[in-house]
Design a protein around this ligand. Structure first.
Ligand code: 5GP
Ligand code: ZN
Length: 119
């Protein structure tokens, strides 16, 4: 069934607790934890508990959960005091864009200057 956990998915294992992570926030539908290889002073990953390969597929199948992901990203930005001067929410989608884990996730990055456009 769509959205079911995948045995070979790292982020499904993090949701299940079989791979450890530094938890930031958890809701009924989402899980947020610190990136193992942070690209900024604050670098949090927000993922849905359901498995979809990328954010757009999640939004097509379960738009309410996609909205939860953005809501959580905003709460994390507030909790981590990123809103002034600002922060970035990133959804890398596809290998060419740097996606390496094919379970939808938002990167929440802040605490340093963020150039635009990114590299
Ligand atoms: P992507 O490159 O797919 O957009 O993002 C995947 C992110 O997952 C990367 O930033 C990478 O550092 C992070 N990551 C990979 N493996 C682990 C892990 O085992 N634990 C945590 N906390 N983050 C991970
Ligand atoms: Zn997964």
């Amino acid at each position: 069934m769509a959205g079911e956990p995948q045995a070979d998915c790292l982020f499904c294992k993090i949701v299940a607790g079989t791979v450890p992570a530094t938890v930031v926030r958890e809701t009924e539908t989402t899980f947020a934890f610190r990136d193992i290889n942070p690209q900024a002073p604050t670098h949090v990953l927000v993922i849905p508990k359901v498995h979809y390969p990328d954010a757009a597929s999640l939004a097509e199948a379960e738009p309410a959960v996609a909205a939860d992901l953005l809501t959580e990203a905003g709460r994390i930005a507030l909790d981590e005091k990123l809103t002034d001067p600002g922060y970035r929410i990133v959804f890398n989608t596809g290998v060419g864009a740097g996606q390496t884990v094919f379970h939808a996730h938002a990167h929440v990055l802040g605490g340093r200057g963020l150039e635009w456009p990114p590299g």
